[in-house]
Design a protein around this ligand. Sequence first.
Ligand code: IPE
Ligand code: IPE
Ligand code: MG
Length: 248
Amino acid sequence: MSSYKEQIDKARLPQHIAIIMDGNGRWAKKLGNQRIFGHQNGVTSVREATEAAAELGVKFLTLYAFSTENWNRPKEEVSALMALLVKTIEDETPTLAKNNVKLITIGDTSRMPAETAKRLQQCIDQTAHNTGLCLVLALSYSSRWEITEAVKNMVQDSIDQKLHIEEIDENTISNYLTTKQIPDPELLIRTSGEYRISNFLLWQIAYTELYFTDVLWPDFKKEDLYQAIVNYQSRERRFGKTSEQVTQ
Ligand code: IPE
Ligand code: IPE
Ligand code: MG
C-alpha cells in the first residue's frame, strides 16, 4: 500500500493545522502504567507531528498541550506535567533552532509557576528569529479565557477612545485574540476517539475541517498526520456556497 505521504497534494496543503493531543492517560493505563508515563510517551508524537509539518512546509502547527480546565487535575499530575513540559521544550529547543522552527505560546502563562514560565520564555526567545514552521503551544489555554480577555481589552480601548464601536468588525475581534498573527486553521485533528472541542480555538475554527481519529496520542506518527491531510484534501470546502459555485 502506498504511503499517505505520496497522496498529499503539495499545492493544497493546509497552512495551519491544530491538534488536540488526547489519550495519554488511557494509553498508559492500557499498559498498566501511571498516567504520567503516557504524557512522557506523548512527547515522541509531538516530535513526529512537528517534524512532519516542517518537512511538508506547513506554516503553523498549534498543539493543545494544557487547557485552563487541566489545572483542576490532581496536584501531582499538574506538577509532573509542568515539569515535563518545560524539560521537553528545553531539550528540543536546539533542534527547533536548527530546523528554523519558531516556538510561540498562547494561553495564560501567568498561572504557571514563575520558574517554569521564565525557562519557557528563554526557549521562545532563542527561536524568535526563525522563519520556518511556527509551532504554537497552547499552554494554560482555553478559548473562553481568550475571548474574555479580548472583551476586557476591547472595552478598555473603547473607554480610552482607541477603539470606536462603529469600526468593530470580525477582523477587529480576531485582532484582539492571542492568535492575532496566525491564520485560522484549515484542519483540526483530535486523537483518542473523543468528539468534542474542549474549549479550543472556538472563534478560529468557525470554518475549519474537523478530523477525529481513535489513535491515542502516544501512538500518533507522521503517517497519521499524512492520513489526516489526505482526508482533508478530499473534502469540498463550500463556505456556505453551493457545490457548483465552488467547483467552477
Ligand atoms: C492529553 O491526554 C494530554 C493532556 C490533556 C495534558 P490526557 O491526559 O487527557 O489522556 P486521557 O484523555 O485521560 O486518556
Ligand atoms: C483537552 O484534553 C486538552 C488538551 C489536549 C490539552 P482533555 O483530556 O483535558 O479534554 P476533556 O476534558 O476530556 O474534554
Ligand atoms: Mg483527555
